[in-house]
Structure formats: structure tokens, C-alpha cells
Design a protein around this ligand. Structure first.
Ligand SMILES: Cc1cc2nc3c(=O)[nH]c(=O)nc-3n(C[C@H](O)[C@H](O)[C@H](O)COP(=O)(O)O)c2cc1C
Length: 189
């Protein structure tokens, strides 16, 4: 797949088939993720790939985030109860994805948190997943409300969880949300 085709064709996928994803395919997308640029080439990211009973425990935690998220959702989607219901289902199931990948940032040499390098690696991962026929999405609502609990389950300390990435074969083909105009200013042309 051409890079431009992958970039334009990738969509955030929130509903997955139950079919398992072969480990070699997961290894490939995680390898490609790590070819991202990183601050001072630190490559100071961590990914945790979660499957099976541990994933079920993780879903209990993400599902419990809904009650904290509910007031914001209800305020923003007052006339769209289906959006609120869909968010609940998504948090409880991660769209039925067979695998959930957790992406953690690291630190700059100064000791400051570096959320950027891991984010670039996640974008690589999303594109590589699309190229492999998989779907995925950057999901972070559960991070806002249950980061501590997720880290405790994973035994992770001292790193910022930037997102959860449910991964699986897509069970939906969403339309591309149109891109907005006027986000680029040209100087000196
Ligand atoms: C920082 C960030 C946070 C996001 N958080 C969520 C989320 O919690 N749940 C979700 O379903 N999608 C989430 N998304 C996905 C966006 O909703 C999605 O990228 C956007 O609607 C554009 O759709 P597309 O990815 O198909 O082009 C997030 C994306 C980014 C970059």
C-alpha cells in the first residue's frame, strides 16, 4: 500500500470481529511503530499487548470509567442519547477487539515527560495496522478516569499512559470525517 493511500484510508475503528489476530501480525505492527522518530533517539516508549483474561480485567476497569465520563457526554450530546450509549458500550467492550495495546510515554533526557515520541509511534502503529487489514483507534477516555487502576493492573509505574489501542479485524467501515480547511498558514511563498 502506498503511504498516501494508508494515510488517507486509515479510519478510527470502534467495532471489531472476534477473529484473533496472529501474533506475527501484532509483532510486525509493533516493530513498525518503533521506527517512529523519537526525542534524541531515546525510543523511550513502552507498549503492553493485552489478551485473554487480563484483557477482561482491563475491560472491567475501562467500563467503570463510563460513570465518571457520563456527565460530560450527557452535557455535550444532550440530544444524542445514542452517542452516550455507544460510548458506554465502547468503554465496556473496546468494540470487541481481541487485543488491546497500551501505549506509554517516556522522558526527555531532562527528566520531563515526553508524550510526543510515543504518539508518533502510535500513529505508525495505526497506519501499519491499516496496511495489515486491521482496524484500531486511539482511545483515551479511560485514561482520564482510570489511569491509576489500569497501571496497577499492568504493574506499570513512572510512565504516562497516553492511550489504549483496541486492535482487531474491522467490523465496520466508517466514512472519513472530512478534513477542515484553513489550518495551514504559508509564510514567504
Ligand atoms: C488524542 C486523541 C484522542 C482520541 N480519543 C478517542 C477516544 O477516547 N475514543 C474514540 O473512540 N476515539 C478517539 N480518538 C479518535 C478520533 O475520534 C478520530 O481520530 C477522529 O474522529 C477522526 O477520525 P479518523 O481517525 O477516522 O480519521 C482520539 C484521537 C486522538 C488523536
Amino acid at each position: 500500500m502506498e503511504v498516501s493511500e494508508a494515510i488517507r484510508g486509515r479510519r478510527s475503528i470502534r467495532r471489531f470481529k472476534a477473529d484473533p489476530v496472529p501474533k506475527e501480525v501484532l509483532e510486525k505492527i509493533l516493530d513498525l511503530a518503533q521506527w517512529a522518530p523519537s526525542a534524541m533517539n531515546g525510543q523511550d516508549w513502552r507498549f503492553i499487548v493485552v489478551l485473554g483474561p487480563e484483557k477482561e480485567k482491563l475491560l472491567k476497569i475501562t467500563g467503570s470509567a463510563f460513570e465518571s465520563f457520563r456527565p460530560i457526554l450527557e452535557a455535550n450530546f444532550r440530544d444524542k442519547p445514542r452517542v452516550v450509549e455507544a460510548a458506554k458500550t465502547f468503554l465496556e467492550t473496546m468494540g470487541g477487539a481481541p487485543v488491546v495495546i497500551l501505549a506509554y510515554g517516556g522522558r526527555f533526557p531532562s527528566g520531563e515527560e515526553d508524550p510526543h515520541s510515543v504518539s508518533l509511534a502510535v500513529q505508525n502503529l495505526l497506519l501499519a495496522a491499516h496496511d495489515a487489514g486491521l482496524g484500531a483507534v486511539w482511545a483515551d477516555a479511560a485514561v482520564f478516569y482510570r489511569e491509576k487502576e489500569i497501571n496497577a493492573l499492568m504493574g506499570m509505574e513512572g510512565r504516562k499512559l497516553v492511550c489504549l489501542i483496541p486492535v482487531g479485524y474491522p467490523d465496520e467501515a466508517p466514512k472519513a470525517p472530512p478534513r477542515k480547511e484553513g489550518r495551514v498558514r504559508w509564510v514567504g511563498f
